[in-house]
Design a protein around this ligand. Structure first.
Ligand SMILES: [Zn+2]
Length: 300
């Protein structure tokens, strides 16, 4: 499916929770990479109509899906005590930088968990270093900046995908607090309802993209960019199977809205390092909240 330009523009502004806004203005090494299209531009885009961007048979992409949201996660792993009891140690042990013991709360840690109950602290946190990964950028890409470790992992993951004949692009990565203010405000205007907007867009200071560890990926031909139908693409299937080996998880999986607080976003990857990502995949643990034994965060 090809998204109309206006719609794509609107999606790029924020579709995904932490999300899709244009770009970056903060990284110390990023000045040259931060062209910043104004998020206010497409405010009148008809494409932002909540149910407008679904593919046939697919739930609307950034559209909230109240029907599925309340459904309790069915994951049996939620109650596996052996896993919940020591995740902090697991995160610390897997973190070669040694930035534990509060690595779940420290936004400079690759193990930080950000959700609607866990804002960045400080709210205006800016990663110490942001770099542009040397990979293909998607059409209308917002900021593709990432922390160096995540950028390096993206480069290796994309190269591996390419070797398998799968073309990935970066659609959006780092977003500053200010970027998220614009993105969030845009979606609240579009929905006319903050509660609905918040199923797909984070409040400023609560966006995982602000950590420099989140990246929205797309297929190189633009198929289903930032739409749930992306899950049917070869890119998404490859990512789902292989991202963990490079330290990424699909942060907002399908059916876990009640835990993560966000609708399904098969394109939103979060870097957490290969040990944690691998353990989650091996244990079939879908969310950070479950893996780290943290409370569900369905709302603020
Ligand atoms: Zn995202």
């Amino acid at each position: 499916m090809r998204l109309p330009a206006l719609l794509l523009g609107a999606l790029l502004l924020s579709a995904c929770s932490a999300s899709e806004g244009p770009a970056a203005d903060a990284g110390t090494t990023a000045a040259s990479a931060s062209s910043t299209p104004s998020p206010s531009a497409p405010a009148s885009s008809p494409g932002a109509e909540p149910t407008g961007q679904s593919a046939p048979g697919e739930p609307a992409s950034p559209a909230p899906s109240p029907a599925s949201s309340p459904s309790p996660p069915s994951s049996p792993e939620a109650s596996v005590p052996g896993i919940q009891s020591s995740p902090s140690e697991a995160a610390a042990a897997s973190d070669p930088a040694g930035d534990a013991p509060d690595s779940l709360s420290d936004p400079s840690s690759i193990g930080v968990v950000v959700n609607k109950q866990r804002p960045l602290d400080p709210p205006g946190f800016v990663p110490a270093e942001l770099v542009l990964p040397r990979v293909a950028l998607g059409p209308s890409a917002g900021s593709a900046l990432l922390r160096p470790d995540a950028a390096d992992a993206v480069e290796r993951m994309f190269a591996a995908a390419q070797a398998d004949g799968v073309g990935l692009t970066v659609v959006s990565a780092y977003r500053s607090y200010t970027d998220q203010e614009s993105t969030y405000a845009y979606w609240v205007r579009q929905y006319g309802n903050a509660a609905l907007a918040e199923t797909i867009s984070a409040r400023p200071g609560y966006s995982e993209h602000q950590t420099g560890l989140a990246v929205d990926v797309g297929q190189d031909d633009g198929t289903c960019t930032l739409a749930t139908c992306f899950s049917g693409t070869t890119s998404a299937q490859w990512t789902s199977a292989n991202a963990a080996a490079y330290g990424f998880i699909v942060r907002y999986p399908q059916g876990f809205d009640g835990i993560t607080g966000y609708s399904w976003e098969p394109w939103h990857l979060r870097y957490v390092g290969p040990e944690v990502a691998g353990a989650m995949q091996a244990g079939n643990i879908a969310t950070f909240e479950e893996y780290f034994g943290l409370p569900a965060a369905p709302g603020y």
